[in-house]
Ligand binder design. Sequence first.
Ligand code: AMP
Length: 216
Amino acid sequence: MNLVLLGPPGAGKGTQAKRLQDLRNLVQLSTGDMLRAAVAAGTELGRQAGELMEQGQLVPDALVIGLIAESMDEGEGGAGFILDGFPRTIGQAEALDTLLQSRGEKVDRVVVIEVDDDALVARITGRFTCAACGEGYNELFKTPKVKGVCDVCGGTKFSRRADDTEEVVRKRLKAYHAQTEPLIGYYKAQDKVSAVDGMADIETVQKEIDQALDGA
Ligand code: AMP
């Protein structure tokens, strides 16, 4: 089963993808994570993408399509892929169809996580991760049990994404509405879309996604 998680930045796609990965033996492919790794490693691709990411703009289709094609070849072990943050344009959606077709597969389900813009800005500017293990937290609804200490690994250093400031978040939301939202219509025409209420808590959203997948 190949699942696309669609939704604005901060909707909880990454959080839900990580849970689904463990529950359903799927492989999470997050273009945002791949691009951040390329920026951190200082590769040529990272240099090309980094500035656009800091400005809240999308990077060119060809770059992310190349990343997805490579990681699909590497991630062949699971029961399918969870696409998190990809596709983000119609061109990327068409490229994904072609890539999957060449493997004898398709997009089976598209889950749209819906959250309104003002809630997203508050959410995104409140989020931070453990610098050691990557566990995600949020000032609004998930703080470490002991202040300043990671629940999972005991780490005491935390980091925030460079593009999680209010100014950049507003630009990322604009890009979402202009370039990514039209994908909902693209997949609705194929009868693949389930919408879940992303304003609910993490467990409830997970249950709703589970139901959507079981009914698929
Ligand atoms: P994310 O972690 O998914 O919020 O992505 C962070 C940033 O990486 C985005 O604001 C874009 O600049 C870039 N990015 C991630 N995925 C894509 C994609 N599929 N297409 C274009 N740009 C992307």
